[in-house]
Design a protein around this ligand. Structure first.
Ligand SMILES: C=CC1=C(C)c2cc3[nH]c(cc4nc(cc5[nH]c(cc1n2)c(C)c5CCC(=O)O)C(CCC(=O)O)=C4C)c(C)c3C=C
Ligand SMILES: [Fe+2]
Length: 482
């Protein structure tokens, strides 16, 4: 993480109002008690807490001038978090102005970062359950998370330059510290809401958000071959942290989990290494653990019209309108029977997928990006078998629907039989899972030749709210304030 320059010491407990220091001192709370209630800490209170006699204004000045790479976003991130983050007063920092420094992906925009962002190489995804479901905790959690995400995605410790350890020896540091000295590594943090946030298993409203349950946020049906572990599935809120450095991604989830203490707890988490998709034409197509190129025919950031048709939620009205510009995240932990696969002849492996292993070309001929010809005949039948993976997943077989895949390889050691517990942590973003995921998964689960070599062990479906448009807001605000 970038260590910002100078010896400036940040406030330890400032609130959302302090994003931009106000020149009008009378507008600020006078006492520490007032400050705690409002979530805003006056500079002098903050200074004495930090024990450094350095005002937040000086901190901001130092960052603004010396931290050229961090520009306004970091400089204006006056939203420091209390060590235990109880105030619920955090809010997003100012949008970065102009182009972000290398390695920094802005958290601002109509859509959340981490969807069409060029897929980073590492992922840590975690699902959280609320501890005592109530709107107050949910809002304060989302505010505090948004603030922390603002720091982390700019390569800063949560709370600012001294967030991982200043002069206060009596409190736990706001940031756990293991990312100090690392860059932001293109960190993005994307959040989504599970059906269980809205209603319980009997359909009863849990938090007063029942009327806002998106119609498409269904209970996914059972698919042939599913062997789902409940403890690894579902969740009220999901957090997807992706970065090009594993320590940065894990640091993000660890700190968000720490911030959630008392309000939400981790239900499951999954670490992924090695992206299995390309989400931009500028990226090379990576390979999955079957050794095949994965992500060739994926939707790409350069296709805004296709993204509009297949990924972004649009045209929702009334109580559902909060989700416009959002999306749906489908997560499936798919174990791959690597050892069995590795014993298959190359021809059988290629027949299962429908593409060559070497370059990823369709078996009907051409190069990697040649469109498959599903009618082409070969010796003994079709060049691309009807039940090959690409045939079943191709838009031609799926009413024209497409998805944005953003999955990762995972390996969680070996099972008791010496086999790798490894596979694909499948992630897809879709406009509507009822049309863009369920029918395709049904077809794949029932017929795909590749099914013999995989088993779905966990599942999640989440509604992903739109992005942050400006300072002072927080991720998920449209759900709570519409
Ligand atoms: C329900 C959706 C999908 C699941 C589940 C899924 C699992 C899965 N896929 C591979 C490997 C490959 N998939 C490829 C293409 C591909 N896969 C899906 C969907 C699901 N995959 C789609 C929509 C597509 C694109 C189809 C097309 O338009 O041609 C490929 C080929 C290369 C590519 O285009 O990406 C591979 C290889 C595995 C190993 C797997 C589960 C473990
Ligand atoms: Fe696939």
């Amino acid at each position: 993480m970038n260590q910002d320059p100078g010896d400036a010491r940040p406030a330890q407990n400032a609130g959302s109002e302090s994003v931009t220091p106000s020149p009008d001192a009378s507008a600020r709370p006078e006492t520490e008690a007032d400050a705690a209630r409002s979530g805003h800490v006056p500079d002098d209170v903050a200074d004495s807490r930090a024990g450094q006699g350095t005002s937040r204004r000086r901190l901001l000045g130092a960052l603004g001038t010396g931290g050229a790479g961090l520009i306004v976003g970091a400089a204006a991130t006056g939203v420091a978090l209390a060590p235990r983050l109880e105030s619920g007063a955090g809010a997003a920092p100012e949008p970065t102005q102009g182009s972000a420094p290398a390695g920094v992906v802005s958290m601002f925009g109509p859509h959340q970062a981490g969807i069409v962002t060029p897929a980073q190489d590492r992922m840590h995804m975690a699902a959280f359950d609320l501890i005592k479901p109530n709107l107050k905790d949910l809002e304060s959690l989302l505010r505090d998370w948004s603030s922390a995400i603002g720091y982390m995605t700019q390569g800063l410790p949560i709370g600012g330059s001294q967030g991982a350890g200043g002069a206060d020896l009596l409190s736990a540091p706001m940031d756990t510290g293991e990312a100090v000295g690392l860059t932001a590594a293109n960190l993005t943090v994307t959040i989504g809401f599970g059906r269980s946030l809205f209603v319980d298993s009997k359909g009863k409203d849990r938090l007063g958000l029942g009327s806002k349950l998106p119609q498409a946020l269904i209970e996914l049906p059972h698919f042939a071959g599913d062997m789902l572990e409940k403890a690894r599935s579902g969740g009220d809120i999901v957090v997807q942290a992706c970065a090009d450095d594993p320590q940065v991604a894990v640091h993000a989830v660890r700190n968000l989990s720490r911030i959630a203490f008392g309000r939400a707890s981790v239900r499951w988490s999954q670490i992924g290494f090695g992206r299995t998709s390309a989400t931009s034409r500028a990226q090379a197509t990576p390979r999955n653990l079957f050794g095949f190129k994965d992500g060739t025919a994926n939707l790409k950031a350069e296709d805004p019209e296709l993204l509009e048709d297949h990924v972004w939620s649009t045209g929702l009205t009334g109580e559902q309108a909060w989700l416009n510009n959002g999306s749906f995240l489908v997560a499936r932990r798919i174990r791959m029977f690597i050892e069995t696969w590795d014993r298959q002849a190359l021809g059988e492996q290629e027949r299962s997928i429908g593409r060559t292993k070497s370059v990823g070309a369709p078996l009907s001929g051409g190069e990697e990006f040649t469109e498959p010809d599903f009618a082409k005949k070969a010796e003994g039948g079709l060049a691309i078998e009807k039940d090959s993976h690409v045939s079943l997943a191709h838009p031609q077989q799926n009413n024209g629907v497409q998805m944005l895949r953003r999955g990762y390889n995972y390996a969680d050691g070996s099972d008791g039989l010496g086999r790798l517990d490894a596979g694909l942590f499948f992630i897809a973003y879709v406009k509507d899972p009822r049309t863009h995921y369920v029918p395709m998964q049904k077809r794949i689960s029932a017929r795909d030749i590749m099914q013999e070599y995989v088993r779905h062990t966990a599942s999640g479906l989440f509604a992903v709210p739109p992005g942050l448009n400006g300072a002072g807001g927080y991720l998920g605000q449209s759900l709570l304030e519409s």
